[in-house]
Every structure is written in structure tokens, then in C-alpha cells.
Design a protein around this ligand. Structure first.
Ligand code: SAM
Length: 277
């Protein structure tokens, strides 16, 4: 199926890196040049006019704000440093990355963010032994694995090229491979003994990488005492209705929101949660 062409009238979203700057100061600074609004849902998100290019803005260059949404898959470490900001310098973050050539970029992002509680690990997540004592205090896992990227504007434009239509079989094979890895990685996450929360996210709009992955791991999640929680309950766009409980899942619709993302939050039942949303 053809996907929506990205709408150039979609506003530019910017997350303030609250490790370096509070949201109100960022507003004052940005309002010197742009009309800026705060997001209703997310306290550290600002909304700027469509087409705003902030790449050379001093706040971006010094790491005070991180651009999100449009470049979500292109900048490794963005969510790592977002976590660091949410954790307010408390605790520790282990950032695991398989590909050696992406480690430098990850380190650069971390350095720029000002966070000092992130440990970078060049390792295959599937090879990490959850029973190793160094992971005995891991309470939350963010799993944002390699995906097709089919929710991103660049990828959807790519799919519209005639040369890509003939390649649909290859795409199915690729999707199946990605989904198999996503399932394995998500299953692996539940083996960490002190775990209370798992976030699974993609920038894909494909059911096979999203609802199907979540559905297939639910029995394993439940056997470890986890259930799907409902983040952003007031958000209307939920998971596709392909299994009972899929209304707990969060989607963004490229046609409405500019980009297609997916989030599932697994939380331990009746745990005295020490990680807050
Ligand atoms: N969360 C990142 C961000 O917001 O900037 C984007 C992550 S990107 C979608 C997925 C990353 O997972 C890629 O850098 C890829 O190299 C890495 N990866 C793939 N397989 C992996 C594995 N088995 N173990 C660890 N990292 C892996």
C-alpha cells in the first residue's frame, strides 16, 4: 500500500534538554526568533512553525535542546540522553550498542548532552547475561531496536519511488527478519531480575513490527509478572485492534502527526514502582 506523503505543514517538535536548560528559559530564547508553543501533553516539548530549521541554532549546538521526531532514527543516543534528562542526574544508564561504527556518534551525543551517568557498552544486547551481577539493579529497559523505519517521512517518500514497488517481496523478507530480532530482544529484556518497566518503541507503521511483536511476547511477559500499561491515556491514536489489550499501545499516524511511531509499555504487576513516568 502507498503511504501518506509527509505533510510539510506539520509543526516542528523540539525537546528541551532539561539537564542544561529549563523549559521556560528555552521558550524565552526561542521566542526571540520564532513563534513557539508548549505541548499540552509533554512538559519538555516545544512546538515551532512547520519548516523551522534549528540545526544552526546556538541552543542546538550547545546541547540544550535535542531535535526529536523528524530525525528519530538517524541520531543514535537521542533517547539515551532523554532518559538522562528525565532521571535528573540520578542513577545510571547503560547504553548498549552493537555496531562499533555507531559508538562514536553515541559518545558524541552523550558528551553534548552534559549527562555524566551514562556508560556506553559496545555489545550485542542478546549476549548480555541478565544474571550478571552488574545488571542486578537494572529497573527499566528501553528497547528501540532496528526497525524498517517505515513511519519516517524519508522512508515513506522512498516507498513511493516506482523502482521500489517491484521490490516488495524483498521488503517482506526484511520485515520478517527485523520482526524476529525485535521479538527476541523483547523476550530477552524480561529476564533481568530487578526489572519493573520495559518500553518497546519503533519508528515503523507495520503491524508485524509493532502489535504482532507485542502480542507474541505477552505470554512471556505475563509469566514474568508484567502486563501492558496505558501510557498517555488521553492520546487518541492507539494500537491496531488486533488483540485484547491493544488499546494500551500508542501509535502516531503519519497522516495526522507527520511521523509514524509506536510505543508499548510493560509494567510489573503490583510492584512498588521506583521509576516514574
Ligand atoms: N534509540 C536511538 C535514538 O533514539 O537515537 C535509535 C536506535 S536505532 C532505531 C537502533 C540501534 O540498535 C542501531 O544503532 C543498531 O545498530 C542497534 N542494534 C541493532 N541490533 C542490536 C543488538 N543486537 N544489540 C545492540 N544494539 C543493536
Amino acid at each position: 500500500a502507498l503511504h501518506e506523503v509527509p505533510d510539510v505543514s506539520v509543526p516542528r517538535n523540539v525537546r528541551v534538554n532539561t539537564l542544561k536548560l529549563d523549559v521556560d528559559s528555552a521558550l524565552v530564547e526561542l521566542r526571540k526568533d520564532y513563534s513557539v508553543q508548549k505541548d499540552d501533553l509533554l512538559p519538555d516539548l516545544l512546538i515551532l512553525p512547520p519548516g523551522t530549521d534549528l540545526h544552526d541554532h546556538p541552543l542546538v549546538k550547545n546541547g540544550s535542546i535535542f531535535l526529536q521526531v523528524l530525525d528519530a532514527c538517524a541520531a543514535p543516543g537521542n533517547k539515551t540522553v532523554h532518559l538522562a534528562a528525565l532521571m535528573k542526574r540520578k542513577g545510571r544508564i547503560i547504553a548498549c550498542e552493537l555496531k562499533k561504527e555507531r559508538i562514536k556518534r553515541l559518545n558524541d551525543t552523550i558528551k553534548l548532552s552534559g549527562a555524566s551517568n551514562i556508560q556506553v557498552l559496545n555489545e550485542d544486547f542478546l549476549n548480555i547475561n541478565p544474571k550478571d551481577p552488574s545488571y542486578s539493579k537494572v529497573k527499566a529497559i528501553l528497547l528501540d531496536p532496528s526497525c524498517s523505519g517505515s513511519g519516517t517521512a524519508a522512508s515513506r517518500l522512498d516507498h513511493l519511488l516506482p523502482s521500489k514497488v517491484a521490490g516488495q517481496d524483498i521488503d517482506m523478507e526484511r520485515l520478517n527478519k527485523l520482526a524476529a530480532f525485535q521479538r527476541k530482544a523483547l523476550q530477552h529484556a524480561f529476564n533481568f531480575p530487578a526489572l519493573e518497566r520495559v518500553v518497546y518503541s519503533t519508528c515503523s507503521i507495520n503491524q508485524i513490527e509493532n502489535e504482532d511483536v507485542v502480542k507474541s511476547v505477552l505470554p512471556i511477559a505475563e509469566s514474568h509478572g508484567f502486563q501492558l500499561a496505558k501510557p498517555f491515556p488521553e492520546w487518541q491514536c492507539r494500537g491496531l485492534p488486533v488483540f485484547e489489550g491493544s488499546e494500551n499501545l500508542v501509535r502516531t499516524d503519519p497522516a495526522k502527526h507527520g511521523e509514524g511511531f509506536f510505543i508499548a509499555l510493560f509494567a510489573k504487576k503490583d510492584a512498588n514502582l521506583s521509576v516514574r513516568s
